[in-house]
Ligand binder design. Structure first.
Ligand SMILES: O=C(O)CCC(=O)C(=O)O
Ligand SMILES: [Fe+2]
Length: 356
């Protein structure tokens, strides 16, 4: 493995910036079906929708940390390719959210464009569920490590889904049956590169959003991720990356399944805090999403899931269309953008509303 200094040589996350104190949940305790830990997981999913997951000491699942390390190196190699080469893998014109997105391809609500480039590596393709688009050679070379990382991520997400399912009292395996590893879905590993921004011109690098799928597992090194805590008058705060921990968050699909009981919190990427702002930020995520055909609507069978409001009729939209509408609906090459139609579930949370 070629060593990339850019991944290791950056200043520490500063001690003097406000951070959001998330619950830390132990994967090894969840694997042991520890009841108190499961209760804390549910509380985190309902109140904030974000938590740290300690993935150290979790048996074979801890190997994901080595896989993530290796994929970070692959990400550097990938983004080092010439722009013209990377653009061959931009499939947005063919109606796909997989593949490459160049810097500035997305419009923010403030009218500016994003300041990051990213690549969504499809789980469908890496695990040979379907093969719709070509994959760059640099990713092909890392296929075994992507496969390992994707399988572990999917199994972590499956565990979380099982615990949430059973806590809600849904019929056994209801949620897991919507997230089958052998079915086509929007599951992907996303690689993101955000270069340092000029000191006098720092803007949001990745627009505020809620995630589109069910469960996102984030592997961060540098700061830059911010969340907007619940409440009417809150301010954006950084989430400090913790070694050996993933940051996990709940996405729109779970909000829709639970009629707003679980929370999909707004978050964004800005310049990293303190001296870290002068360094290139790489991040990596696994998006676990429902299978393509699954309808995103309130599930029957749980007394904990709130009923729909009087006269509320849910839009019949499946997971695939939801991801495409949200993921491609704000591209800068579109003739017009409807920010309301492409919005997430931030206004659906039952616990505490936020201003979008
Ligand atoms: O890079 C990060 O820390 C988060 C990125 C993110 O929220 C996303 O890509 O959905
Ligand atoms: Fe996100």
């Amino acid at each position: 493995m070629v060593s990339h200094k850019v991944l290791t040589h950056y200043p520490p996350f500063p001690d003097d910036v406000p951070t959001f104190s998330l619950f830390t949940i132990s994967l090894s305790k969840l694997l042991a079906r520890d009841e108190i830990e499961t209760q804390r997981l549910i509380q985190a999913c309902e109140e904030i929708g974000f938590f740290y997951l300690n993935v150290q000491d979790a048996g074979s699942a801890s190997k994901i940390l080595e896989d993530v390390d290796r994929i970070f190196h692959t990400a550097v190699d990938l983004f080092d390719l010439p722009l013209e080469e990377k653009k061959k893998y931009d499939f947005s014109g063919r109606g796909s959210y997989f593949g490459y997105k160049e810097t500035g391809a997305e419009v923010l609500r403030d009218g500016y464009v994003d300041r990051n480039e990213s690549y969504n590596v499809p789980r469908n393709e890496m695990l040979a569920v379907s093969n719709d688009f070509p994959t760059p050679e640099v990713l092909q070379r890392s296929r075994p490590v992507f496969q390992s990382m994707m399988r572990t991520s999917h199994s972590i997400a499956s565990l979380l889904l099982e615990l949430i399912n059973d806590n809600l009292g849904l019929p056994k395996n209801t949620l897991n049956n919507f997230h089958r590893i052998d079915m086509p879905s929007g599951d992907a590993v996303r690689l993101i590169k955000a270069p340092p921004q000029p000191e006098n011109d720092r803007r949001t690098a990745l627009a505020e959003h809620t995630d589109y799928g069910s469960i996102t597992i984030v592997f961060n090194r540098m700061g830059g991720l911010q969340v907007l805590p619940p409440g009417e008058t809150t301010k954006w705060v950084y989430v400090r990356p913790l070694p050996g921990h993933a940051i996990v968050n709940i996405g729109d699909a779970m909000v829709k399944f639970t009629s707003g009981l679980l929370r999909s919190n707004l978050h964004r990427i800005v310049s990293p805090p303190g001296d870290q702002a002068n360094y290139t930020r790489y991040s990596m995520l696994y998006f676990c999403r429902p299978d393509d055909h699954v309808l995103l609507r309130r599930l029957e069978g749980s007394s904990r899931i709130p009923k729909l409001g009087e006269g509320v009729v849910e839009e019949p939209i499946n997971s695939k269309d939801w991801v495409l509408r949200r993921g491609l609906g704000r591209r800068s090459n579109l003739p017009s953008i409807d920010f309301e139609k492409t919005a997430g579930t931030e206004m659906m949370n039952r616990a505490v509303k936020v201003k979008a």
